[in-house]
Design a protein around this ligand. Structure first.
Ligand code: OGA
Ligand code: ZN
Ligand code: ZN
Length: 373
């Protein structure tokens, strides 16, 4: 008698899951590894008619379509029921090492660009720091204009924005953004008015001879987790209240609406967006606006607190690379007469994940199309 339930040896997955994941060449293209079978091809009453197990494989006969799937046992073990109730998501707090400045010994994770270029294992360790700590300070990136683009390219793809593929951060005469003045800038994430937001930011120091202009970095996930522990209601308010960020200049008018703290469907911290320069008037009923402001202020307090903030003085050749959905950046004001010139650009975290995964193939035996899903 066919049954829609399956046996424990089939990792507890239902017949429809097994049918959908049949690896045969009719169901999966052998060249690309991509699925040929469409969900609507599977009969609604699909059931397992017979299971034949051997050492390395599990063969399943389905009813009513009479199809047979032969699974590799190890594949079933790797892809079946997950331990944590769902697939791991590398973007959430669960996959990160949260830090305060003291946890890092007051020093950002550092790397050397020449060594990064020369040694694949070292490069992977640096890229992993961007994913795990959300911050990497590369030294000895040539102080040539545009060099930051080579760093971004090594992390995947440059994300062009309204500021160009590359932007200069220095004092301008009619600045369209406070970044291009000598004013201090409190901790913030960039471009929260973009949808999607660029997820990696790079700032490369070409010159920093001005008095002041020191950089600060704060782990927004760490601060959000602290807020959740200390004031759960404030944390919840920030997580469920969408606000609008906007930016306009002569040729651009951008806006995006999102909460300051975004959670994944399982309630874990996944993204922070905070930027006082571009936050638009908060449109909420009066009492909810007051609650939002109280929570926003409590969060900003934690973000600016001395123990959170890592202070770094960028030297020419330093390139800070950080997760723009997690690690906030700031700078102190500087003397307008001094020379200070950074070049920045954006990239994305999925490109960094890809660079690490491709790098790991060399040590794990290479590319398996069949794993593609
Ligand atoms: C920026 C910015 C900081 C700095 O350009 O996004 O925040 O150190 N700059 O000038
Ligand atoms: Zn098949
Ligand atoms: Zn910025």
């Amino acid at each position: 008698m066919p049954s829609q339930a399956t046996r424990p040896s089939l990792v507890g997955m239902p017949a429809v899951w097994l049918r959908d994941n049949c690896p045969c060449p009719l169901c999966r293209d052998p060249v690309s590894g991509q699925r040929l079978l469409h969900i609507t091809d599977i009969p609604a009453d699909i059931a397992v008619a017979e299971v034949v197990e051997s050492d390395g494989t599990v063969s399943v006969l389905f009813h009513p379509d009479g199809h047979r799937a032969v699974f590799d046992r190890d594949w079933l073990a790797r892809h079946g029921e997950p331990a944590g109730g769902g697939p791991p998501d590398p973007r959430t707090e669960e996959a990160k090492r949260l830090w305060s400045a003291a946890d890092l010994g007051g020093e950002p994770p550092r790397g050397s660009w020449p060594r990064y270029l020369a040694q694949a294992g070292y490069r992977r360790a640096c890229q992993s720091a961007i994913l795990r700590e959300g911050l990497l300070l590369l030294s000895d990136v040539p102080t040539a204009p545009g060099a930051v683009l080579a760093v971004a390219a090594s992390l995947g793809y440059v994300r062009e924005t309204n500021y160009g593929r590359l932007f200069d951060v220095r004092v301008e005469s009619s600045p369209s953004n406070l970044a291009f003045t000598s004013l201090p800038i409190p901790p913030h994430t960039d471009n929260p008015y973009r949808d999607p937001v660029p997820t990696v930011q790079l700032l490369h120091c070409l010159d920093n001879a001005a008095e002041g202009g020191d950089s600060g970095f704060v782990d927004g996930f760490h601060a959000a987790a602290a807020l959740r522990a200390q004031d759960p209601a404030a944390f919840a308010t920030l997580a469920i209240t969408p606000v609008t960020f906007g930016y306009r200049d002569a040729t651009t008018e951008l806006s995006a609406t999102r909460p300051l703290i975004s959670l994944d469907p399982r309630g874990r911290i996944r993204e922070i967006a905070i930027n006082s320069r571009s936050l638009q008037p908060v449109r909420l009923p009066g009492p909810r606006a007051a609650a939002f402001y109280a929570a926003y202020a409590a969060f900003a307090e934690l973000l600016s607190a001395a123990p959170s903030m890592l202070t770094v003085r960028l030297r020419p050749g330093d390139c800070a690379v950080f997760d723009n959905t997690r690690v906030l950046h700031a700078r102190t004001g500087f003397a307008q007469a001094g020379r200070r010139h950074l070049q920045g650009c954006y990239a994305d975290l999925d490109g960094v994940e890809s660079a690490v995964a491709v790098g790991e193939r060399a040590t794990t035996g290479g590319f398996r199309r069949k794993d593609q899903t």
